[in-house]
Design a protein around this ligand. Structure first.
Ligand code: ATP
Length: 581
């Protein structure tokens, strides 16, 4: 497995998490189990009462007794129905609540993940866990779990009833348990890989067919028909082979299971008959025991049906819980920064060990200074930005704010001081207000409006419901400059003293960029700004410019100083200036 992938929870962690999930609503769960047990107990009455009827009629009882016992059977069946109905009702509600708790925990765990871990794992991994795996768990918690508990309650009580009736008959049940256990073990060991292979073969088959159909003209032009037919034949052959394998598994498993189901009843009738004729048990007991053993079939069948799902659920739970097992990438030291100066000393950084992309960066940015970082593609500018913003920690050296390493600060504390602004300006589904107050949950409407005013978001007045306007897919959609203004207004509300801008305006078209830069200028005012810039005029306006090349700062000074020094910045400036002239 890719070492950057998010971890999987091990068996012990899955067990602990499942237990915590079940215990989270213990009262409701107890109630559900009690109702299921009552339903199972009520279900035991009918076979026993039928046996009683036979015994009593055998010993000369009249129609009145039969009527009374028949009525009792009806009563117990009704009770079973009611217990079962309320048990299921509460069980499904319990399942929904457990699922909601699990989803909330998953979101909490996801939000706690260090940014660098998510980036390395890739968002696809997290997406699969939050969709596919959470849905699988939904089916388990909603359906498989209640059905398994119901089945387990029935199995336990039916076996208990058989033992109470006559322990000899419980041996008949064993006749079924052993072959069932063996065949299921045999089946489950092979089923997973066989079904996965069948799925893969199906995918391969449709891909080859689709490619042949899509490229029909090319196939014809180059006379590739025979080769494509051969490729198609090969995938069909593989599809047939894998299907035969799964079919074979089923044709062994189902008959053995079906045969196992009838064994106890047949044995109960055979041995029961012998015992009856030897006056060891009454006819009623034989009938009741045979009916109980017949009753075992349904819950066992259900349990077997869900076992495979539960196995899949276990794998999904390991993936979902794995997110909670990611270690935090920092432990806050509790030190309070003194002042807002940023100091970078002797910083080296490598994405892959042994290959540094920053080779000893020293830099001091005083509070309120505007520093532009320029340099060729791949020079390490963004990497430096990430270290300054505390997303990653340097391999060697230190990045400090007010004398404290940025990665020694608690995440929330760090974001109150330093914010990284990139090209991504996400607008969340929700109202305009929701989109803004996530930067400062306590912000009043006046503060929100003032923040939007600062970044020149005059379009707010044209929205149908002002701050209450719903944004996002299916609602009001904002264009790129508006989305950027939302992002900038969030910064105004969050009010960090330092902003790291990583090409924050480069994705916008030039007209939009000018507008955005005006908004940006309003936000930057009075803060320390480290701007990774494509456009040299941003460098011209900065207090100082740092040229990063090959993972080192090669030039550092004011625009005028660097132009006067006649180095690479001066050359760049001359060529850019010349071009724009
Ligand atoms: N996630 C990553 N994993 C491995 N290497 C990376 C990663 N991100 C960047 N690099 C490498 O680190 C070096 C510096 O990249 P960085 O993105 O910091 O440069 P940059 O100066 O910002 O470039 P650009 O202007 O093109 O964005 C490059 O060689 C790049 O290939």
């Amino acid at each position: 497995m890719n070492e950057n992938r998010l971890p999987l929870a091990d068996k012990r962690q899955v067990r602990r998490a499942a237990w915590a999930l079940l215990r989270g609503d213990a009262k409701a769960l107890t109630m559900v189990i009690v109702l299921y047990c009552l339903a199972a107990v009520a279900g035991l009455a009918a076979p026993w009462l039928l046996g009683e009827i036979v015994d009593r009629v055998d010993s000369g009882a009249g129609i009145g007794t039969v009527d009374m016992l028949g009525l009792a059977i009806a009563g117990f069946l009704l009770a079973q129905l009611l217990f079962d109905r309320f048990g299921r009702y509460l069980g499904y509600r319990y399942g929904e609540r457990a699922l909601a708790r699990m989803r909330e925990d998953f979101i909490d765990d996801t939000l706690r993940l260090p940014v660098s871990v998510v980036e390395r794992a890739g968002s696809g991994d997290l997406m699969t866990r939050s969709t596919g795996d959470v849905n699988t768990l939904g089916t388990i918690v909603r359906q498989a779990l209640p059905e398994m508990v119901i089945a387990a309650a029935h199995i336990v009580f039916i076996l208990g009833a058989v033992i109470v009736l006559n322990p000899l008959f419980s041996l008949c049940a064993l006749l079924m348990i052993l072959p069932l256990w063996l065949i299921m073990r045999w089946y489950l060991r092979r089923a997973r890989s066989a079904y996965l292979a069948e799925g893969d073969a199906n995918t391969e088959m449709s891909e080859v067919m689709a490619a042949t159909a899509a490229g029909a003209k090319t196939v014809e032009a180059f006379g590739l028909a025979d080769r494509r037919v051969a490729a198609g034949d090969a995938t069909v052959a593989e599809g047939t082979r894998t299907r035969r394998k799964t079919l074979w598994l089923r044709t062994v498993m189902f008959p053995v299971a079906d045969f196992s189901y009838v064994l106890p009843m047949a044995a109960a009738l055979f041995f029961g008959g012998l015992l009856y004729f030897n006056d060891v048990v009454s006819l009623g007991v034989v009938i009741a025991a045979s009916l109980y053993l017949r009753q075992l079939v349904e819950p066992l069948d259900q349990a077997l049906m869900w076992i495979e799902q539960l196995q899949q659920g276990g794998a999904s739970f390991a993936r979902v819980r794995g997110v909670a097992e990611v270690e935090p990438d920092r432990v806050p030291s509790g030190d309070e920064p003194v002042g807002d100066t940023i100091e970078v000393t002797g910083v080296h950084y490598a994405y892959t060990s042994g290959r540094d992309v920053l080779h000893g960066i020293d830099l001091s940015v005083r509070a309120g200074e505007h520093l532009a970082v320029v340099g060729p593609s791949g020079a390490g500018k963004s990497t430096l930005g990430r270290l300054l913003a505390g997303v990653d920690a340097p391999r060697v050296g230190a990045v400090k704010v007010g004398g404290v390493a940025v990665t020694d600060l608690d995440q929330a504390e760090l974001r109150r001081r330093i914010a990284l602004v990139t090209q991504d300006h996400h607008v969340f589904i929700g109202t305009v207000r929701d989109n803004l107050i996530l930067a400062k949950p306590t912000a009043t409407d006046d503060e929100v409006l003032s923040a939007l005013g600062t970044v020149g978001a005059t379009w707010l007045d044209t929205l149908p419901e002002g701050l209450d306007t719903q944004l996002g897919a299916g609602h009001t959609e904002l264009d790129a400059p508006q989305a950027q203004q939302i992002a900038l207004a969030r910064l105004v509300l969050a009010d960090p003293h330092t902003l790291i801008l990583d090409e924050a305006t480069s994705l916008l078209d030039p007209t939009a960029a000018r507008e955005a830069e005006r908004a940006l200028a309003a936000v930057l005012h009075g803060r320390t700004v480290i701007a990774i810039a494509h456009r040299l005029h941003a460098a011209h306006d900065a207090d100082r410019v740092a040229i990063v090349d090959g993972g080192r700062i090669t030039e550092l000074g004011s625009h005028d100083e660097l132009v006067a020094a006649g180095g690479s910045y001066a050359a760049l400036w001359r060529s850019w200036h010349g071009e724009t002239d």
